[in-house]
Design a protein around this ligand. Structure first.
Ligand code: GLY
Ligand code: MN
Ligand code: MN
Length: 379
């Protein structure tokens, strides 16, 4: 039989299945309903899927629209093609009962109450024969496998990050006073798509002047440089290339040399970012790395202007799991890829964020982002 496209992903998930403690009973099977998790395990690129993994079985459900595609993309799994419109959760429960699998875990963070009810009812069976089969909410099984990127994934992330770096170089040649934020965002999008991106990692953030203090501001009709004074442009963008995302933020000044106030704000964020990157190493806990950035900004007088976490995991999706937030207990391990992106946002004046992608190594971390972090002044 043909093996899985990603045998080590399935194997790693299987290793985790028996894990249990007193509050967390072991499970014989995991019902994977999150589409991104299904894609990660199987290689499927379609829009409707569900997977069951046990120690011996690996079952893939999709609907008739994807029969040919799944035959090509999902080797190794037993493929059960359902009529379009079938509730795949329900179909999976019927399969579990029919096969005598003694209960299952489901992804509690990803299954709607409606789908859970359908799952439970189908597992019970028409005559209640499956009523005693446990159905247990579980979290983080596939995500904990996804968190550790293999060499191929890291190589793909490198390429996506390099594309974002090239886009920043391009921005430096086109961004100028007089264009709108929206025009600049469109040029960035065209550049990234023409450079091979299948799509953007997320809608680009381009905030100029006071808008740069909007942490997730949308590019609008504001004319860059409209204040007539030097002003910040905060640029946060990324591209998906080869199935993996990049995510970079750089802040530049347009319309003249940076003022002392702008430089002080920029230097404070840069210092915090460098300190946080230094703290990323195996064994470090996410919230402690965040504290390094927060304390650095506090010491520089900008503590009150930093209201978000320091970073997240990055992979097939831009937010590929929690990482460096205020309360994150995530422990850094070699192969994890995270962003480091502190910022300081002063309402009515402007914001600065600096964001790099780093990969955790055996001894620390490697910065994948290559763009300069010097404060650049554009015309
Ligand atoms: N703008 C999304 C992020 O940097 O996380
Ligand atoms: Mn970003
Ligand atoms: Mn980010």
């Amino acid at each position: 039989m043909t093996d899985f496209l990603y045998p080590h992903r399935v194997a790693s998930l299987r290793e985790r299945l028996p894990e249990a403690d007193e509050n967390n009973p072991a499970i014989a099977a995991l019902i994977v309903s999150d589409l991104e998790n299904c894609r990660y395990l199987t290689g499927f690129s379609g829009s409707n899927a569900l997977v069951i993994v046990t120690q011996e079985q690996a079952i893939f459900f999709t609907d008739g629209r994807y029969e040919i595609q799944a035959a090509k993309e999902v080797p190794g799994f037993e493929r059960l093609i359902q009529p379009q419109g079938t509730d795949l959760a329900k179909a999976s429960a019927e399969e579990i009962r029919k096969r005598g699998i003694p209960g299952a875990g489901f992804e509690e963070a990803h299954l709607s109450v409606k789908a859970f009810n359908a799952l439970r009812t189908a597992l019970d069976g028409e005559n209640g024969e499956g009523k005693n089969l446990p159905l247990i909410g579980k979290s983080g099984y596939v995500e904990s496998v996804r968190a550790l990127k293999d060499a191929d994934e890291i190589a793909r992330i490198r390429l996506a990050v390099a594309l974002a770096d090239r886009c920043f170089d391009y921005i430096l040649t086109v961004a100028k006073t007089g264009m709108t934020e929206r025009e600049l965002a469109w040029k960035m999008e065209v550049f990234m798509r023409e450079s091979g991106a299948s799509h953007l990692s997320f809608d680009s953030i381009v905030g100029s002047g006071a808008n740069s203090a909007l942490i997730h501001g949308r590019p609008g009709d504001r004319i860059i440089g409209a204040s007539g004074e030097p002003e910040f442009i905060l640029l946060d963008f990324g591209a998906e290339l080869g199935g993996y995302c990049s995510d970079i933020t750089r802040t530049v000044v347009v319309g003249g040399a940076p003022t002392d106030k702008q430089r002080a704000q920029y230097d404070a964020v840069l210092k915090a970012q460098v300190a946080a990157i230094d703290a990323v190493k195996p064994g470090a806990v996410g919230k402690d790395i965040h504290a390094v950035a927060a304390k650095s900004l506090e010491a520089s007088g900008y503590g009150q202007y930093f209201p978000h976490g320091t970073g997240h995991q990055l992979g097939r999706v831009v937010h590929d799991g929690r990482a460096l937030g205020l309360i994150d207990e995530v422990v850094m391990r070699p192969g994890m890829v995270v962003t480091v992106e502190p910022g300081a946002y002063v309402e009515g004046f402007g914001g600065v964020r600096i964001e790099d992608v780093v990969v955790v190594t055996e001894t620390g971390c490697e910065i994948l982002t290559g763009s300069t972090k010097e404060l650049i002044a554009l015309p």
